[in-house]
Write a protein that binds this ligand. Structure first.
Ligand code: HEM
Length: 200
C-alpha cells in the first residue's frame, strides 16, 4: 500500500513524537533528585513526565506503522526493532530502531519496577536519556522536512531545551554538594575543597 497520506502521517507523527520525547526527557531531567520548585511539586512533574511518555509512545507507534505500511520504500517489519535491518536508509532507520529498543526497555522495566532492585531499574531508566540523541540523529538523517526553516527552529529549540535542562541539573547537583560539604567539619572535608567555595 502506498499513498501520500501515509507519507504525510509518518512525517507529522515523527515530528510530534520528537517534540514529545524532548518534553519527556526534559521533565525526566527536572524531576531527578527532586529538583523542582515550590510552584511545581515533584509529584506533579513526575506525573506529567509519565503521561507525556505514554503519549510519546502512541505517536511513535503511528509513526512507525505508517512508515512501514507505506510500500513506496521498503523498510520491513523486522527493522522496527532490529537495528540496520532495513534496506532503505539502513543507517538512519537503524538509529530509529535503536531509539525504539531503548524506549521499550525503559517502558517494560517501568511496569516491572516494583519487582526490580531500585539500582537496576535506575540503570535501565538512564537508557531513556540515550534514546533522545539517537532519535534526533534518525530525524536529521531521515527527515524530508528537516530542510525547512520552521523544522530547523523546532530542532534547535529541542536541543536547547535538553541542553539547558542538563546544565541546570549539573549546576544544581554541584551547588547541593558544596552546600552539604559546608556542614562537614573542616578536618573531615576532602582535600582540595576551597574553604571560600564552601562558605558561598
Ligand atoms: C525514537 C524513535 C523515533 C523517533 C523519535 C522518530 C522521529 C522521526 C522524525 C522527527 C522524522 C522526521 C520527519 C520529517 O521531518 O519528515 C522521522 C522520519 C522517519 N522515520 Fe522516524 N522516528 C523514530 C523511529 C523510527 C522507526 C523505528 C522507524 C521505522 C522502522 C521510523 C521510520 C521513519 C521514516 C520512514 C521516516 C521518513 C519520513 C520522511 O520520508 O520524511 N522511525 N522520524
Amino acid at each position: 500500500m502506498s499513498s501520500p497520506v501515509l507519507w504525510y502521517a509518518t512525517r507529522t507523527t515523527g515530528l510530534v513524537a520528537l517534540v514529545l520525547l524532548t518534553a519527556t526527557t526534559l521533565l525526566g531531567i527536572l524531576t531527578a533528585n527532586r529538583a523542582v520548585s515550590s510552584r511545581w511539586p515533584a509529584f506533579s512533574v513526575q506525573d506529567l513526565h509519565r503521561r507525556i511518555s505514554v503519549i510519546t509512545m502512541a505517536f511513535l507507534a503511528c509513526h512507525i506503522l505508517t512508515g512501514v505500511i507505506d510500500t513506496y520504500v521498503h523498510i520491513g517489519w523486522t527493522a522496527i526493532v532490529v537495528p540496520f535491518a532495513s534496506s532503505y536508509k539502513r543507517l538512519w532507520v537503524g538509529f530509529g530502531s535503536i531509539g525504539i529498543d531503548l524506549l521499550l526497555a525503559v517502558a517494560v522495566t517501568s511496569h516491572l519496577r516494583h519487582k526490580m532492585r531500585p539500582g537496576t531499574w535506575r540503570a535501565v531508566h538512564w537508557l531513556a536519556y540515550l534514546s533522545w540523541p539517537v532519535a534526533l540523529s534518525h530525524a536529521f538523517g531521515m527527515g524530508t522536512d528537516m530542510g525547512q526553516r520552521w523544522v530547523t527552529v523546532l530542532s534547535v529549540a529541542c536541543i536547547a531545551a535538553v541542553a539547558g535542562g542538563a546544565m541546570w541539573r549539573v549546576s544544581l547537583a554541584a551547588r547541593r554538594k558544596s552546600h552539604a560539604l559546608a556542614f562537614v567539619p573542616v578536618h573531615q572535608r576532602p582535600p582540595g575543597v576551597p574553604v571560600k567555595h564552601l562558605s558561598a
